[in-house]
Design a protein around this ligand. Sequence first.
Ligand SMILES: Cc1ncc(COP(=O)(O)O)c(C=O)c1O
Length: 357
Amino acid sequence: MDGELEAAVSRVLDSGWFLLGPELEQFEREFATHCGTRHCVGVGSGLSAIELALRAAGVGPGDQVLVPAYTWVATWLGVSRAGAQPVGVDVEPATYSIDPERIAESITPSTAAILPVHLRGEPADMDAISAIAAQHDLLVIEDAAQAHGARFRGRRVGGLGDAAAFSFYPTKNLGAPGDGGAVTTDDDELADRVRLLRNYGMRDRHRVEEAGVNSRLAEIQAAALRVLLPRLEDWNRARTDLAGRYLGALGGCAEIMLPTVGSQSEPAWHLFVIGHPDRDACADALAEAGIETLIHYPVLPHRSGPYRELWPPGSFPVAERLAAAALSLPLRPHLEPADCDRVSEAVLASVEPRLSA
Ligand SMILES: Cc1ncc(COP(=O)(O)O)c(C=O)c1O
């Protein structure tokens, strides 16, 4: 990056202005333009972005928010942080995304919003979700933490609902050198409320209007993100090429479940997750070959501490079945195609012994 990141950080250090300054303002304009929304409001993390988007939209205590059973627990925690109740909905087997057919049966008089997650960078079925939301007068808040730059029907995620939450955690497609997040929206009032809430609920010095939080995207992070954002599209293209390579190499193997891409979507390929009949053995075999894999997620949100009393094992059969088989293969923009091929060969070899057994 030829010292651009260092120069951006130095610019902030030299300025002595570390919070709510010109870098943040510029980044907010640039990221809003990227998403095709009127507003972007930088906040301290993706978790805060979910909480503040919901609170700013008027969702809080007494409200229920429909969330997919298959996601990182932060989706559910963001709802809890807003004071509302996350209500899990099982997912579609092919896409791991919230199943629109199951949304309707989960709606109660307390339901205020649907919070679809563009998991692994693949946009959720926003046509079906928006139609149900319109029918029942519900808000739609996107969790776009894993999907910077992904498109649905040619439109970028972040502008497909009433508001969206992004994370700039370092490993995300657009990752800062530290924590960060943002809310995007076309709604002037909602954006104004997120600005208020991220800074103690303070309208101006000494005038606190409501109980806000301290969750601001720091100037250093914003300056770094301004350097990285123009590269996002190229990096996503590189991810897409590698995903295509995996799909080509593994496509002939009936034992392995491959990610599917909706006909309307251009995914950001944050992760490349396969379903493997003997996931742990495959992960061990790959580790022995020096290939690092990850499991997203060994414990689903409903089995995490805050929620496990309410949702026993078996509450979400599809999500639980998918989670038991899921293995994330290496995928990053600078992965060499030859390394990608080596991973595919190792995965295929891990299936073959089962076939001959
Ligand atoms: C789907 C999803 N939602 C929310 C978050 C929370 O983002 P953060 O780690 O910035 O709080 C993450 C990332 O960790 C995520 O993957």
